[in-house]
Design a binder for this molecule. Structure first.
Ligand code: KG4
Ligand code: ZN
Length: 343
């Protein structure tokens, strides 16, 4: 049998930074070959948020079977994998350690290199998995459960944080408001669903820091305003829907406004919205409306890849293929600034 000369890289990606176990195989030439995602939502739902120790234990149970399934679905074996990319941070330290340890162990057994991936960079780069895609440089609004920041993305691996939240992240605000309204976890999709039935105009919440002249965010005051409104108003389903609606609009208005300011400040014309909250439909519509009224071009990741997944890790690994190493030390970073990419 004639051996084909291997010209392209094929990356196995492992994501375990929080409550999703995500595995993917991404081929440089053929693109995404297969991916699997296991969500721990049900496990944590009873607690109203992620319980770190339960998350780690569940990743231990799920990661290897999912890798097997993904290899099978991609019709390949370990021999076809050129490198193993894993989320090295930021995230829950125990959960990160599970992914990193499995990545390093498989790399040792299979004699393959590993690539440490920064979770937030992977979120930003997930926009490259759609068409049309932006070209560097661009502005990125990263809005997830743990982070809210505006980034000047100059090149792969070169990011400058130009604004960030002074307190809660946007996703965290959605989750906390969901808890106040006695909705399930994660709160973002549930608040958005309830907000669809909300009537505009009955409640009006602040647009935090929109007068401040900077591109930072603050969501804790907005959260308190929502808590006070819930306490003062009658506790019926329509009132809760009206509150959810007003809250969602306040967050969306604030995010759109800050993006406009950041585009002005940087002079960039492309804006990428990434991270779990970028799945929000009202935000997508508002950003598209803004794009139609201006010269800005807006890019979102495919909806299924907005929240945590293995595809973005495999893809980010491919982007950093030059950083692959054979080091067997297991190293993760619960906190890891995006503008200092060496682990
Ligand atoms: O990026 P992600 O999956 O995990 C982190 O890295 O944090 O983001 C999860 C966050 C959660 O706070 C969740 O409530 C929020 O994204 N989220 C949404 C929506 N879908 C997920 N927030 C608003 N609207 C949504 N449709
Ligand atoms: Zn994430």
């Amino acid at each position: 049998m004639k051996h084909e000369l291997k010209l392209t890289m094929r990356i196995l990606g492992i994501e375990t930074s929080c409550d999703e176990t995500g595995i993917a195989i991404y081929d440089e030439r053929q693109g995404l070959l297969a991916h699997r995602l296991y969500s721990q939502i049900e496990l944590h739902a009873a607690y109203g948020g992620v319980v770190p120790e339960l998350a780690s234990r569940d990743h231990i149970l799920k990661t290897l079977p999912l890798i097997d399934q993904t290899l099978q679905a991609a019709q390949c074996t370990s021999k076809d994998i050129d490198a193993i990319a894993y989320t090295a941070g930021p995230g829950l330290v125990g959960a990160l350690l599970v992914g990193a340890t499995l990545a390093k162990s498989l790399a040792f057994a299979w004699q393959k290199p590993t690539i440490a991936v920064h979770h937030l960079e992977a979120h930003v780069l997930s926009v490259m998995l759609t068409d049309p895609k932006p070209s560097f440089p661009f502005l990125a609004l990263l809005i997830s459960g743990g982070h809210t920041m505006l980034i000047a993305a100059h090149a792969i691996g070169r990011y400058e944080i130009i604004g960030e939240t002074l307190d809660d992240a946007a996703g965290e605000a959605f989750d906390k408001v969901a808890k106040m309204l006695e909705l399930g976890y994660p709160g973002g999709p549930q608040v958005a669903k309830l907000a669809e039935r909300g009537r505009p105009g009955r409640f009006n919440f602040p647009r935090p820091l929109c007068q401040a002249g900077n591109v930072d965010f603050s969501f804790s005051g907005l959260k308190t305003a929502v808590a006070l409104a819930i306490q003062a108003a009658p506790s019926d389903p329509q009132t809760h829907a009206d509150i959810a609606h007003a809250f969602e609009i306040a967050v969306v208005d604030t995010l759109v406004y800050k993006c406009k300011q950041a585009l002005k400040k940087t002079g960039f014309t492309q804006c990428v919205i990434a991270g779990g909250v970028s799945a929000n439909q009202r935000l997508r519509q508002a950003m598209q409306t803004f794009a139609h009224q201006s010269h800005a071009k807006i890019f979102f990741p495919p909806p299924a890849l907005c929240t945590d997944n293995g595809v973005m890790i495999a893809y980010a690994g491919l982007c950093h293929v030059d950083a692959r190493d054979h080091d067997h030390r297991i190293q993760v970073r619960a906190r890891w600034p995006l503008d200092q990419l060496t682990i």
